[in-house]
Design a protein around this ligand. Structure first.
Ligand code: ATP
Length: 614
């Protein structure tokens, strides 16, 4: 009750907060690791954090109201409309991560703003309007690992950051001057680009003649920029003139407010459209562009209006969209996912990618049913899968979901996911096949067969958002260089296997970067090293009595997928083969101790290497 009251107080101070309408005082915010309220992060029944991203929020950030939440560790308000000064966050002394990027905060941040925040590891303030010097207290945060300040108006010199754990710093596009501190000299040069006058490694030496040349180059860039700007302004003027001529455009294109806050997907659109007097010719045009594009022939068709008029239940708000359940036609249940960050893709490119996805057909893939394209917003439509997500079965309220999944079901799910992935790899060899594998993107059909969803969307997601938001189960190399590969998918699969076997929530999901101390693979490694393997498996996993050897083999496969060295990480063919070979009751290895288990320690390193036959 105290936690709920604290959260309500926080919500009250926000404006435009209708995205939080499902916060309900008669329901606990958390059922163990499953949030019942939108935007809450739960861990072991406590409120771990708030992730209120892309909700159009504004108003006051009432930090005081969060102080009573004793387990509160992460606050994300990215991609909203907040304005005004930096909030007084140092009242949340145990905060580990603060994400405020992509708002309109402004003004100088006091030098002592981060004083006493000994646990803070990640600070994201990018793309705001902060000015003045970078606050000194940031440079003394003992555990700081990731700092993103790009796209602000910070000026002056960079403070002397010396933290050993600092892995990522981005200070690009500010007005900083002077030498780059030595501790940052190995960072990516792009992290310092677009500043007034920075020098020293990884940029040009402060005495280098190239630096002067670079400055001249910048002047040239500015001139070219001005010319380009003039061309763009002329193009805008022409476009505006054309816009005025096109009086009778389809209503959906004119009125894009597919209201997220309503229990219908777009009531405002429907109401307006009924009053709209559209001349015959443009009405035909309107129908054409308001059409849903179906990529399947084997299901009952419906039109966009029908879908938009249907009452919709919010299923959740994910990293780059919100999902709604709606029933159309004869009661067919569908899931409509609205994507916000796909507006860099051209119409044709988008259509082509959707048609490519529409051709995919496999028992372990949820097939795309239809999609809708509008420049600023895209809808993808899927069938509703009755048994919900794997995440809800593993982390949800087990008394409701039925005592947790038994071993055979877990093994079947892992085998199915492997087959689905292998199919994607064979059909889309040049793309990163899934790119967003995690337990809420594995759905369970009525016979508990897994269906992968949200796959292969990276080519149509805006690169900037894809980098920030995708790959929840991120590998160390992805966290460092932001590049996906087939091996980043394998890492995510490894984490998924460990999550299924341990029933443990991959905490690393809650952070933007990679934190080995919060990584489930590191935890399993540690437990094995301490000869506590028996404690690793989920206590609620029934039917495991005769299958201990198989469980250990699967644990090894999961860990081999989470090999930090990309080259030694298994590839999909090897993973599928190894998983296919698993049977039940096949081994008499005893997982309560180390005996008979082929674990071997590699050198003096902290991690174990697992002897998995290749
Ligand atoms: N077709 C579906 N049938 C049943 N439940 C679904 C379906 N698609 C998604 N869900 C569930 O709806 C909820 C919201 O899904 P959504 O994809 O919007 O977010 P997410 O998976 O949590 O995050 P992300 O946007 O990063 O994928 C999740 O619990 C998901 O498992």
């Amino acid at each position: 009750a105290t936690d709920s009251a604290a959260l309500f107080k926080f919500k009250e101070a926000l404006q435009n907060n209708s995205a939080l309408d499902n916060w309900n005082s008669s329901v606990n915010p958390c059922d163990w690791n499953r949030p019942n309220w939108v935007g809450i992060l739960c861990l072991n029944g406590t409120i771990w954090g708030l992730k209120l991203e892309g909700m159009g929020l504004t108003g006051i950030i009432d930090i005081d109201s969060l102080v009573p939440l004793s387990h509160f560790r992460t606050l994300s308000l990215m991609n909203n409309q907040f304005v005004g000064p930096f909030p007084h966050i140092n009242k949340l002394g145990k905060l580990k991560a603060l994400y405020l990027s992509n708002n309109r905060f402004s003004g100088q941040i006091p030098d002592d703003a981060f004083q006493g925040m000994g646990s803070l590891k990640r600070v994201f303030l990018a793309n705001n309007e902060f000015s003045g010097n970078i606050p000194l207290s940031l440079s003394t945060l003992p555990r700081l690992m990731e700092l993103r300040l790009e796209g602000n108006q910070f000026q002056g010199r960079i403070p002397d950051f010396r933290q050993k754990n600092l892995k990522t710093v981005n200070l690009a596009s500010n007005f900083l001057v002077g030498p780059i501190p030595e501790a940052l000299s190995k960072m990516n040069p792009d992290s310092f680009s677009g500043n007034k006058d920075l020098c020293g490694p990884p940029l040009y030496s402060c005495n280098s003649p190239l630096r002067a040349l670079n400055k001249k180059g910048n002047t040239l860039k500015i001139i070219i920029g001005v010319i380009l700007l003039l061309i763009i302004l002329a193009a805008i003027a022409v476009a505006l003139a054309m816009f005025h001529r096109k009086r009778h455009r389809p209503e959906l294109e004119r009125n894009p407010s597919l209201s997220m806050n309503s229990n219908k997907i777009a009531p405002s659109y429907v109401a307006d459209q009924q009053q709209c007097q559209v001349p015959a010719e443009s009405s035909a045009q309107s129908r054409r562009s308001d059409k849903l594009s179906f990529v399947r022939d084997d299901i009952e068709k419906f039109d966009l209006n029908e879908l938009l008029r249907a009452s919709a239940e919010v299923l959740g708000s994910g990293t780059f969209g919100s999902s709604y359940k709606a029933a159309v036609g004869s009661g067919q249940a569908l899931v409509v996912k609205r994507y916000r960050h796909m507006n860099n893709v051209g119409r044709e490119e988008f259509h082509e990618h959707m048609r490519r996805l529409g051709r995919l057909k496999h028992p372990n893939l949820l097939r795309l049913t239809a999609y809708y394209y509008r420049r600023e917003e895209k809808l993808l439509v899927y069938e509703f899968v009755e048994n919900g997500s794997l995440a809800s079965h593993i982390h949800g309220n087990r008394s409701l979901e039925g005592q947790g999944l038994d071993w055979q079901t877990r093994l079947r799910i892992i085998k199915g996911v492997a087959k689905g992935l292998a199919y994607l790899y064979s059909e889309l060899p040049i793309l990163v096949p899934h790119g967003h594998l995690k337990s809420s993107n594995v759905l369970l059909d009525p016979s508990m067969e897994p269906l992968l969803t949200d796959y292969t969307l990276r080519p149509v997601i805006n690169p900037q958002q894809a980098h920030n938001l995708m790959i929840a189960y991120k590998s160390p190399e992805y966290a460092q260089n932001g590049r996906t590969s087939k091996k980043t998918d394998i890492w995510s699969f490894g984490i998924l296997i460990l999550e299924i076997l341990t029933g443990k929530f991959p905490e690393n999901y809650l952070t933007q970067g990679y934190d080995s101390s919060a990584d489930i693979a590191s935890w399993v490694n540690k437990m094995v090293k301490e000869k506590r393997t028996s404690e690793v498996f989920d206590k609620d996993m029934k039917g495991a009595k005769d299958s201990k050897g198989e469980m250990i083999n699967l644990l090894k496969i999961g860990l081999s997928c989470c090999e930090e060295d990309v080259e030694s990480r298994l590839d999909i063919k090897e993973v599928v083969e190894k998983i296919e070979q698993l049977r039940e009751g096949d081994s008499d290895e005893d997982y309560t101790g180390n005996e008979g288990i082929n674990f071997s320690v590699r050198g003096n390193e902290d991690r174990f290497s697992y002897t998995v036959d290749r």
